[in-house]
Design a binder for this molecule. Structure first.
Ligand SMILES: C[S@@+](CC[C@H](N)C(=O)[O-])C[C@H]1O[C@@H](n2cnc3c(N)ncnc32)[C@H](O)[C@@H]1O
Length: 333
């Protein structure tokens, strides 16, 4: 599919920023009181994974990358945690594949009346004193998530690329657990860097990166193209009022626009922190590369990341949609 031409160079500007979405002192305070627990998993090439199910490590280094990405998402959404027009005081909120739980915790801080549940394959989330957030270990591919049907006012997912094989079943499950009229929002990123000025050339290290990522994902049944398929899936599954916003995340500080430059600066840090974890298992397990080959490749990638003549970016898709309020559509599960 060709890139969508309706790409925003600037992060989405909201004219109405909800006061409840601003950072509060309690956000900081409660984050400071987090304790990360030692985690189970297996070690491979000096990184820790959750039983081979998930393609990226779940260790401290990758969790740092996830927290940097959280900052990037917020910069992109003008400080907001979501842009779906959810009700003022949501009661039940679910965060699928919650990772470190940073989104769920921030959301719970901002919405004290909400009961927020975050679940993930592995317990990388943090222990926390905030009473209205709860974390669970659960597999999103499991057909039964064990919650009351029609119960969530808002379901959120972010960075689920490469996580599922049967997306249609996944979205139908989301509909089952959403309350009638409830909103779903998902943010995904492309793994294929590109450029508008042809500084990412065919065969260059960035070009190879995207191709290798997609091929490795395909070989192990993990599709990394979900970012451009979410909207179609939601519409096909029966969501209403589906909206998609598309952003460019520069890799590096090459943009002349200060806000985009800021995103590029953070994104560069994210890539520097993330590339080993993103590629190691995929390249060694799916493409049979040796560990030294991956490290040599990563060195070239690090060179590319530092090259100011390359004006690379990748695409971020923010999609949201609503479950019908009409009960006889058979969407309620
Ligand atoms: C890229 S991380 C994103 C984490 C978090 N949503 C965020 O944006 O900070 C993807 C997360 O999805 C989790 N995950 C992958 N497959 C999953 C599954 N089948 N069920 C539940 N969680 C899953 C991984 O363990 C990982 O923590």
């Amino acid at each position: 599919m060709p890139p969508n031409l309706d790409v925003k160079l600037y992060p989405y500007e909201s004219s109405q920023r909800r006061s409840s979405e601003r950072e509060t002192p309690s956000t900081k305070q409660s984050r400071q009181s987090n304790i990360r627990k030692p985690l189970a998993g297996h070690h491979e090439n000096d990184r820790r994974y959750v039983n081979g199910e998930y393609w990226a490590p779940n260790d401290e280094r990758q969790n740092n990358q996830l927290d940097i990405a959280h900052h990037l998402y917020r910069l992109t959404l003008n400080g907001r945690l979501y842009i779906a027009p959810i009700r003022e005081s949501p009661r039940m909120v679910l965060d699928i594949g919650t990772g470190t739980g940073i989104w769920a915790m921030d959301f719970a801080d901002q919405h004290p009346s909400a009961q927020v549940i975050g679940f993930d394959l592995s317990p990388v989330f943090q222990e926390r004193v905030v009473p209205n957030v709860r974390f669970e270990v659960k597999d999103a591919c499991d057909p039964d998530w064990g919650y009351e049907k029609n119960s969530f006012d808002f379901i959120h997912a972010r960075g689920m690329y490469g996580c599922g094989a049967d997306w249609l079943a996944f979205y139908q499950r989301v509909l089952t657990y959403l309350a009638p009229g409830g909103w779903y929002q998902q943010i995904e990123m492309s793994v294929t860097p590109t450029s508008d000025d042809r500084s990412v050339t065919a065969g260059s290290i960035f070009d190879q990166w995207g191709k290798n990522f997609l091929e490795a994902g395909d070989r192990c049944g993990k599709d990394f193209r979900i970012h451009k398929q979410v909207k179609g899936y939601l519409e096909g599954a029966g969501f209403e009022d589906v909206v998609e916003l598309i952003y460019k995340w520069p890799i590096g500080t090459w943009s002349e626009y200060p806000r985009i430059k800021e995103i590029g600066r953070w994104n560069l840090v994210q890539w520097q922190e993330g590339i080993e974890g993103w590629s190691l298992a995929l390249l060694t397990r799916a493409l049979n590369w040796s560990y030294p080959d991956v490290q040599a490749y990563l060195e070239k990638m690090r060179g590319g990341l530092k090259d100011p003549t390359i004006h690379a970016y990748h695409i971020i898709n923010v999609v949201y949609g609503r479950k019908s309020t009409v009960r006889d559509k058979g969407l309620q599960g």
